[in-house]
Each structure stands twice: as C-alpha cells, then as structure tokens.
Design a protein around this ligand. Structure first.
Ligand code: GSH
Length: 80
C-alpha cells in the first residue's frame, strides 16, 4: 500500500493531519497542491474536487481510493 496526503500549509485541517503523521505506522508522501500544480490537477481529475486534506490510498494492484475529511483521515491512518 502507498499513501499520499494532498495538502497545503495554510489549511488548518491539513495541519491537523500533518501533526498526526509522526504517530502513525505507515509512511505518507506529502503532496503540496499549491507548490506543485500537477498534484492539484491530478486530484481534481480523479475526484472532481480540490478540497484538502485528501488522502490517496493506492493498493498493491495500483487501484486508487481517495479519502476526504481530516478526522476520517487521521482515524484511518491511526488504525493501520
Ligand atoms: N471538513 C473538512 C474541511 C476541509 C476544508 O474546508 N478544506 C479547505 C482548505 S482549509 C479547502 O480545501 N477548500 C477548498 C475546496 O474545498 O476546494 C476537513 O476536516 O477536512
């Protein structure tokens, strides 16, 4: 499994997730959607939304699932 967090620094909901990352048991790649427009475009293409934070969950078969809502993302990552 691979995990990527779509975020930007000034977003308080993103900060909540970012603060939780050191306490989870998986590695999460950070994708700043303001610093890299490709990330923003990809998220929008795949989800129809630009809301952050957003967690991309990619399984071993390459299938991608997207999760919104900071509380849900934190709970999910802590459950792993
Ligand atoms: N309830 C959501 C709120 C997320 C939210 O409001 N994100 C804002 C940035 S702070 C956003 O992405 N707004 C732009 C958009 O929705 O396209 C959460 O807890 O994650």
């Amino acid at each position: 499994m691979q995990y990527a967090l779509y975020y930007y620094d000034m977003c308080p909901f993103c900060q909540r997730v970012l603060r939780a990352l050191p306490n989870v048991n998986v590695e999460v790649e950070k994708r700043n959607v303001l610093k890299d427009q490709q990330h923003r475009k990809y998220q929008q293409k795949e989800t129809g939304r630009t809301t952050v934070p957003c967690l991309l969950i990619k399984d071993d078969n390459g299938e991608e699932n997207w999760m919104f809502e900071s509380a849900d993302i934190i709970n999910y990552l802590k459950s792993l």
